[in-house]
Design a binder for this molecule. Structure first.
Ligand code: FAD
Length: 519
């Protein structure tokens, strides 16, 4: 049974008993990847329950350092979450709502600790938004029943994706694994269910007395990052400047993007130089902004109530990209085995990979001798972020030119990106390495020089991130040793190509063919 089905059953089967739970001294909203007050379904329901009962709302964030490790969370992402929590705590305090953040040593103790806190605060109602990874779905199914045994109603709701993962099926009721037909259904679902884009009300102020009663919770500081996930001082300062936190910042970025750039998104979105995309992925991953909100705002800007699959329209194209985020989570819920480091298509598990440390190091450090690849990898080191086009290029280069196991790249991304998200990352790697759901065919192998000429024509992106090549003029920027800029490249210590693309391509085709054939 799929974990999402297990949880859905637990929710349905306990519904009546949960509805019958009454009383309690306070209501809890348990924050996870939804660090916002606006348009947050779980929080809104919790606040409403508290209001009706006339009791205070308490917000809770429980984290285990083991979670950060298990989810391969990048230190920069841990820092982003902790800074957002501090902002959230401050804003909730203005409403006299406490946010209590606790670090629980062991992951498995987290459900027990939640129940203990409910009992010590006399809480009978807990709300949270659903997380769709396997362990989280199983945990919430158990919690739904365990809480009820203690007389506590535990309500977990869909919120994080525009359309509930697993909701859309083929006409025959089967699972969908191809994006385009799935996206058409996604658009139709929103058109048929206009309420799916409605905004949920933010919480109001807690009743008088809450601040005194929960003084210790207000005073509790946000825990520090665990040692192995903490940033150095310089990095911390840099990321604070580069990635300011909070809902106001996220909404500001969204509005600026809608006002200035979304209209041309369909033509410019593939250009890594300049500022053509929204840079909202870190906020969507931390939940400082809801996917529902960004889709609603983008549609409102053009007076539409539902998206279409019009790829010639910047607004619709962008909403279609946000739909990819929904799609990959839908895939994760439908085929949870992808969490176990296996290819979506079993025959792709038989490909023979290289485990060449020297090549992997050259890739991660941006020293492959392919300027576009090196620029992209250096962007991650500086910003913890990379543009989508070059994410595809570096993933293809690792898996197909270097023949290095795509799972090593997938892991590296999670350990370095500020927006690391298991489903989107796995989907992106699966697409680029051709092992995933709805991938590029394995025989389509990006030529890193042609990609560079096409998407960074003037070389602005390369010059920004690869200082050794800044003096190179014209087309030579895409291939300095091959096109007459050898003297500059050598003088500045820029490396030669570590593999020959033509030969690498032949090897890749042979390996993929043999691997698939072996199944
Ligand atoms: P925009 O172009 O402004 O798009 C808006 C939002 O739509 C993004 O913020 C993101 O939430 C969503 N989105 C856009 N494209 C995709 C996509 N292809 N798949 C899923 N969601 C998408 N995205 C992540 O959020 N986390 C990851 O860990 C991640 N890993 C990736 C790994 C690889 C190998 C590839 C090819 C793509 C990956 N992506 C990932 C998708 C995409 O690259 C980023 O979402 C995007 O670059 C973020 O920039 P933006 O916010 O400016 O995007």
């Amino acid at each position: 049974e799929r974990p999402i089905t297990t949880l859905s059953k637990a929710i349905t089967e306990t519904q009546a008993a949960r509805d019958a739970v009454d009383g309690g001294d306070a209501v809890i909203h348990w924050f996870k990847s939804d660090l916002r007050l606006r348009d947050n379904k779980g929080l809104s329901l919790a606040a409403e329950k508290a209001r009706v009962k006339g009791v205070p709302l308490i917000c809770l964030y429980l984290v285990s350092p083991q979670d950060f490790v298990a989810h391969l969370t990048a230190p920069v992402r841990v820092d982003f979450v902790l800074r957002n929590l501090a902002d959230l705590k401050r804003r909730l305090a203005e409403l006299d709502v406490p946010l209590y953040v606790e670090s629980v040593a062991k992951r498995r103790h987290l459900p027990g600790r939640l129940i203990e806190l409910c009992e010590s605060w006399g809480v009978k109602h807990v709300f949270c938004n659903m997380e769709y990874e396997v362990d989280e779905l199983r945990r919430e199914a158990k919690l739904t029943r365990a809480c009820l045994e203690r007389g506590i109603s535990f309500t977990v709701v869909h919120d994080t994706y525009v359309v509930e993962p697993g909701k859309l099926t083929t006409n025959a009721g089967g699972q969908m694994s191809v994006y385009s037909p799935w996206h058409r259904k996604w658009c139709k679902y929103i058109a048929d269910h206009p309420g799916s884009l409605n905004e949920y009300e933010a919480p109001g102020t807690n009743p008088v007395g809450a601040r005194e009663k929960y003084k210790t919770l207000f005073d509790q500081p946000i825990p520090e990052a665990p040692e192995e996930k903490s940033l150095g001082k310089d990095e911390k300062e840099r990321y604070e400047r580069m990635w300011p936190v909070g809902e106001a910042e996220a909404h500001g970025r969204l509005q600026k993007f809608i006002l200035e750039r979304i209209k041309a998104y369909h033509t410019n979105r593939n250009l890594p130089a300049g500022d053509h995309t929204s840079s909202l992925s870190a906020h969507l991953a931390a939940g400082t902004l809801a996917a529902r909100t960004v889709v609603r705002e983008a549609l409102n800007a053009v007076g539409k109530k539902a998206p279409t699959d019009d790829r010639q329209n910047g607004h619709m194209m962008w909403v279609g990209e946000v739909a990819w985020r929904d799609f990959y989570k839908h895939v994760l819920c439908g085929w949870p085995y992808i969490c176990m480091s296996v290819a979506f298509k079993p025959e792709y598990n038989n490909i023979e990979w290289e485990y060449n440390d020297e090549h992997f190091r050259a890739w991660e450090e941006g020293r492959t001798g392919y300027p576009l690849i090196d620029a992209a990898m250096r962007q991650v080191h500086h910003m913890a972020y990379m543009h989508n086009r070059v994410r595809m290029c570096v993933a293809s280069f690792l898996a197909k030119d270097l023949m290095i196991d795509w799972r090593m790249g997938e892991r590296w991304f999670m350990e370095h990106l500020i927006d690391g998200d298991f489903a989107s990352n796995n989907g992106g790697w699966g697409f680029s390495a051709s092992c995933g759901v709805d991938p590029q065919p394995y025989f389509r192998i990006f030529n890193p020089i042609l990609q560079s000429e096409k998407f960074d024509e003037q070389g602005d992106y390369i010059r920004k991130w690869v200082p050794e090549l800044r003096e190179v003029k014209g087309k030579a920027i895409h291939d300095p040793y091959g096109r007459g800029a050898e003297a500059i490249a050598r003088k500045n210590g820029y490396p030669r190509m570590i593999v020959n693309h033509k030969e690498a391509r032949e090897r890749c085709l042979a390996r993929y063919k043999a691997g698939i054939g072996r199944s």
